[in-house]
Design a protein around this ligand. Sequence first.
Ligand SMILES: CC(C)(COP(=O)(O)OP(=O)(O)OC[C@H]1O[C@@H](n2cnc3c(N)ncnc32)[C@H](O)[C@@H]1OP(=O)(O)O)[C@@H](O)C(=O)NCCC(=O)NCCS
Length: 216
Amino acid sequence: MQRVLILGAGGHAQVVADILMRASDAGASVEPLGYLDDNPHLTDQRFLGLPVLGRMVDLGRVAHDALVIAIGDNATRRKLFASLQAQGEHFAVARHPSAIIAPDAQIGPGVMICAGVIINSGCIIGANAILNTGCTIDHHNRIGDHTHIAPGVHLGGEVQIGEGGFVGIGAIVMPQRRVGSWSVVGAGAVVHRDIPADVVAVGVPARVIEPIQSAS
Ligand SMILES: CC(C)(COP(=O)(O)OP(=O)(O)OC[C@H]1O[C@@H](n2cnc3c(N)ncnc32)[C@H](O)[C@@H]1OP(=O)(O)O)[C@@H](O)C(=O)NCCC(=O)NCCS
């Protein structure tokens, strides 16, 4: 049985908790222990029946096998992942039992796979990525580390999303297109040409509106 601690206790973390509990109910060998969160007001509270066990500094005193970093911001999640990995921590995959995942898909450590996600054949999902509610990742996608694919996004076949990329709610990326590392695709956009790294792109068709400070 893999004992999993959730880092963060906000709304996103509660979705992670729900996923882990649903996975356990469905027979996965996983036991969500509770949350750690640096907000002192949350200590000793309970969310979905699981306790906030302390702050991040308390990590060493709570026996666990693996972590899920439940923080939505990609750059913050990457930073925490790198430092915890360097400390020898392991990361669980939080996989909702309703997700449909091709047997040959490769899923990295710490990935969150929400309810209703579909991952088709040949995909590689990088470490610490978030595949949010009901997104579809078609065949042979390459989804980079620390990315966030928001609810209801559809990615065509052979799409590549670079490290730290964010694809906003309901967006579409046409087959074989690439979104560069740390770029942001706005909600509802349709990406029909490649998007370079470190930009914000919005609209139908998606157009770059501004550069962003690189998190890389
Ligand atoms: C793209 C995005 C990140 C830009 O945020 P922002 O930097 O705060 O940008 P602003 O709201 O200042 O908007 C800048 C311009 O882009 C336009 N814009 C912003 N988002 C847009 C979108 N999704 N589609 C079309 N145009 C958009 C604004 O109308 C504005 O245009 P204007 O300058 O002509 O008035 C944000 O609007 C967005 O779409 N986020 C996605 C959120 C999401 O999916 N969350 C899921 C969480 S699970």
